[in-house]
Design a protein around this ligand. Sequence first.
Ligand SMILES: [Zn+2]
Length: 463
Amino acid sequence: MRTTVLRGGDLVDGTGAPPRPMVDIVIEGDTVRSILPSAPRPAYGTVDEILDARGLLVIPGLINNHTHGTAYGPLFPSAHEGLPSERVRANLDRHLLEGTTTVLCVDGFVTAEAAARTADDHPMRVRLASCNTPACLRAASIADGAGLTEEIRAFTAHRALAAGAVALGEIGAGHTLGGGGASYLYIPAEVSRRTGKTITPRQADAIKIAVLGRHISSSSFDRDAVEEALVGAGLAEHLSVTQARALVSEIVLPAFDIALDGLTEAADYARRADVPVLVHNAAASMSQVAAIAATDVRLIAGHSNHASFDPREALRHAERLKELGATVDVSTFDTFGARRLTTGPELLYAMLRDGLIDTISTDYAGGHHDPILLAVERATEAGVVRLPEAIAMATANVADAVPGLAPRRGRVTPGAVADIVVTDPARLSQVDTVLIGGAIVVSGGRRVTAVERAEVVEAYDDR
Ligand SMILES: [Zn+2]
């Protein structure tokens, strides 16, 4: 069995325990065997490789419970046409280079066969969630459904769970519940089709909220606000208020109530199958999510910092969910970078400061998500959370919240699988090395193939 020593790094082990400076991690095969105070190289006699981590931070590989576009097959719980396979692999590369070693793909209509093909093409551990329950399938068919085939329709949640799916999710979504997916995808596309004009996600969001409000209800229609939003989007000459109201309503409303019913239905399925249900938690779905939390299902309240919440509403809601025993998840979205829909980290920070967060994921943000480690870095700098707790939110807490997702992973402790990330302590998102099951898959901040791996080991040996 191959023995590797990861030498001299400062370890934050994922359990929430304080950092352990200067340790050597002995890896045998795919397993962490022991963790010792750092010793000079000769102490280990003949080992197959020694990776020098002195001055660097060592953490468990991240486990991301909310990703889209990370497996071949329909995109999103609206069953949008799947991304080209090279784009899926590029998404997986990006997650891997950000220090993630396991992703839960919550697109929801990916088949086991498509997941197996994805796994053949990429070292990332990709696990599936299913949203193929009757109501969610109907909502997807109405909202989009372009990626559905007979085979996919027949790959029901029951079959998916039997084939290894680890959760139900994402139940409801921005694409079926009038959330981000409507704003960055469906509304801009329809506006462009009808007027030839391109609008930004934020402009589409403003029109949507003016027509239907944050909680999505036709009674929230605000004529003046629609007029203002149309002017803001440069559409005043191209769409009347009535036309805009019809356009948004026709995109959002037909699937909306069915998708809401899907939340309760999927929670029932999940309870019976004894798996977690991961739901789209946003202003539009919060009442249903709270009702599900009051039952005895294992609930992951996805992206509880969703931009559709009023900040105080989000905090109160998260508090309530936590009291009811739900896992409160937040997503990085595009909070620090693109900011196409989110406005900044204030809500995320407030939730961290109040101790309301269990897990951190990315979600998709129209393909513009920020790295989890960037959020951890900024939040620790801002003093709203300590590093060990923040790392636990992206590792051990996720493994515990979704038991089938990453067994024996999420912690760097003896006996755990050696999914390990080595990064710059001053710039956490500058990931240097990633190991999955003890094998190097990223080195020097770059994906390495099996062939290149031998050279990497040699380079380490020369240091
Ligand atoms: Zn969502």
